[in-house]
Design a protein around this ligand. Structure first.
Ligand SMILES: C[S@@+](CC[C@H](N)C(=O)[O-])C[C@H]1O[C@@H](n2cnc3c(N)ncnc32)[C@H](O)[C@@H]1O
Length: 210
């Protein structure tokens, strides 16, 4: 069955032919790899393009990363949001880390099959990742407060994007308690402002400037 990327082109009409092909390849790649190593729930693989790929690209609606931006994806699992973002921003550099080696194997295999040159993957706990990044992205890893602690020394002060360097974290559901506990400055972006599908009704990007 050919992958239907219409839900992506609807919101990202300027994708190049190469990007369309890469997004199309994801269906087969994740179907194959998810059978070997579970990185997406069986039920969700049916909704790969909406619930995983478009959801990941929600970060791109909040910030259009400038060329040369360096981005760390913490707790990437099978590559979300890092892989869809690396396809969308071929001029930016992505580093994807996860504390489970099997998941990094999936990321490496998928990136290699796509020919992604702007992505590296590392089996490591986020706390131990060295070097500086402009932005940290993530989805479904831990609460903001501990997350901030893991990454606070990893964001460079060299700013050249339209938003101050910081964290762009995909979150869903009721966040109030977590945000109260966090106690630092943040801004919420509703993905329902960009995407009309029901799935995005409660989905948000939490932006934490550094
Ligand atoms: C629920 S999964 C989410 C995966 C992916 N971000 C997604 O949205 O599909 C959480 C991932 O975070 C990883 N993780 C948890 N703590 C971590 C840490 N301290 N450093 C790196 N990865 C971590 C886990 O191994 C797991 O793959």
């Amino acid at each position: 069955m050919p992958a239907d990327i219409a839900i992506l082109t609807k919101y990202f009409p300027k994708l190049t032919e190469k990007q369309r092909e890469q997004f199309e390849q994801l269906q087969e790649l994740y179907s194959f790899w998810n059978n070997q190593i579970n990185v997406i729930s069986r039920q969700d693989i049916e909704n790969l393009y909406e619930k995983h790929i478009l959801h990941s690209l929600g970060i791109a609606k909040v910030l259009n990363f400038k060329h040369g931006t360096e981005i760390l994806d913490v707790g990437t699992g099978g590559g979300f949001p890092g892989i869809p973002l690396a396809i969308l921003f071929p001029e930016c550099q992505f580093h994807l880390v996860d504390s489970i080696g099997k998941k990094i194997k999936v990321v490496t295999e998928v990136a290699q099959a796509l020919g992604l040159k702007n992505l590296t993957a590392q089996h490591e706990r986020a706390e131990n990742v060295a070097s500086d990044f402009d932005f940290i992205v993530s989805r479904a890893v831990t609460r903001l407060k501990p997350f901030y602690g893991w990454v606070q020394n990893k964001v460079t002060k060299n700013q050249f994007n339209d938003m101050k360097n910081g964290i762009l974290y995909l979150k869903g559901g009721d966040l109030q308690e977590e945000l109260d506990e966090f106690g630092k400055k943040y801004k919420l972006y509703n993905l329902s402002d960009y995407f009309s599908e029901e799935f995005f009704e409660t989905k948000k990007v939490v932006y934490v400037p550094f």
